[in-house]
Design a protein around this ligand. Sequence first.
Ligand SMILES: [Zn+2]
Length: 74
Amino acid sequence: MPTSTTDEQKQELEQIEIWKCKQADCKAWVRKEFVTEELPACPLCKTPMIRSYKHVPVTTKKTNKKFIMGKRRF
Ligand SMILES: [Zn+2]
């Protein structure tokens, strides 16, 4: 048996509410908690966004906030 540690299996996932772009080929999404608008538009293509859910690794650090996009409207 290989003794390689599978760190990824320890990684817990949490379900978060998000807004995601309606465009199938647009990958934009943003955490719902960062959106204040009732009906946000995609920061990339301005398409209306829809409510959805996403599973993401549980973040213990708050340092990856900078990867969240769409917090501000252009
Ligand atoms: Zn988009």
